[in-house]
Design a protein around this ligand. Structure first.
Ligand SMILES: NC(=O)c1ccc[n+]([C@@H]2O[C@H](COP(=O)([O-])OP(=O)(O)OC[C@H]3O[C@@H](n4cnc5c(N)ncnc54)[C@H](OP(=O)(O)O)[C@@H]3O)[C@@H](O)[C@H]2O)c1
Length: 251
């Protein structure tokens, strides 16, 4: 069957500056102003790896995949969010000194336009944070709450009471949503929508993405492909979890 294709490489279009690619683009349809719009972003290798397990047993974005250009795009998307979705694992890594700073819109001079964008659009200096976790086995860094950000922990009904109390004492709002072993993407997003959020940016990994996609709660997926092949046997792609049936279409 004859079908049109859009050639993307070699590039058919004029070059444009990287800065502003996501900051200036329409993010959501106009009718999404009065509902929660959910988006996620990944940088991956040409062979589909977003994360590999190192010799120390820790998962991380490989150094030959992460890069300043992607960080720029990550920041532009973060600038547009009123809440970031994170994970218990991220905070464990942060406490162990193996993660980036506390989910910030970067304070560096190079990102002044991102901070200005938030001011101009009436957003707080930093987005709030919603952490998905079943284990509740993490601590919150003081700096997160000192920045005046609301922190919500989205967990299950059976999650450990002591850990929940500790997180609440640290200043988080612990929200118990599901009776199963995991938080469903649908209930998690309903909880955020009910609290007035309109733009949720998932900065977490492939399991949270699966929860969102399985419940048809992901509106936009941003993927940057680094043209490197990195191999590795213990790795993650952008989506991990059970087979999605039917497969979800992304056009
Ligand atoms: N290349 C990229 O663009 C990119 C982007 C994001 C992340 N990553 C990498 O991907 C790897 C995994 O990231 P990640 O751990 O943040 O994300 P993840 O694999 O999606 O989430 C893992 C953690 O989130 C919690 N979780 C996930 N789904 C849940 C659900 N439905 N209900 C309740 N809790 C849930 C669990 O926390 P508890 O164990 O506390 O229960 C779990 O350990 C890391 O190496 C990260 O660096 C790469």
């Amino acid at each position: 069957m004859e079908r049109e294709i859009h050639r993307i490489h070699p590039a058919p279009a004029d070059p444009r500056p990287l800065a502003g690619t996501y900051l200036d683009a329409p993010l959501a349809p106009e009718d999404a102003d009065d509902r929660l719009f959910v988006y996620a972003n990944f940088v991956r290798s040409l062979d589909g790896r977003i994360s590999v397990r190192g010799a120390d047993g820790r998962e991380r974005v490989p150094g030959d995949v992460a890069n300043p250009r992607d960080w720029r795009l990550f920041q532009e998307l973060a600038a547009r969010a009123d809440v970031l979705l994170s994970s218990g694992r991220y905070f464990r890594e942060l406490a162990a000194g193996h993660a980036q700073d506390v989910l910030p819109v970067d304070s560096g001079e190079a990102f002044a336009d991102c901070r200005a964008w938030r001011r101009e659009h009436g957003l707080a200096p930093q987005p709030d944070v919603a952490v998905l976790s079943t284990s509740l086995d993490f601590t919150l860094p003081e700096t997160l709450l000192e920045q005046g950000r609301r922190v919500m922990v989205l967990t299950t009904r059976d999650a450990d009471e002591m850990r929940a109390s500790r997180l609440a004492a640290a200043g988080a709002e612990v929200i118990r949503l599901d009776s199963g072993p995991h938080v469903s993407g649908g209930r998690a997003m309903d909880a955020l929508a009910g609290r007035g959020y309109r733009r949720a940016y998932s900065v977490t990994g492939p399991w949270v993405l699966h929860a969102l996609v399985a419940d048809d709660r992901l509106d936009a997926l941003f993927v940057t492909t680094v043209h490197r092949l990195i191999g590795g046997t213990d790795y993650a792609g952008i989506l991990e979890g059970g087979r999605l049936e039917p497969a979800r279409e992304w056009t």
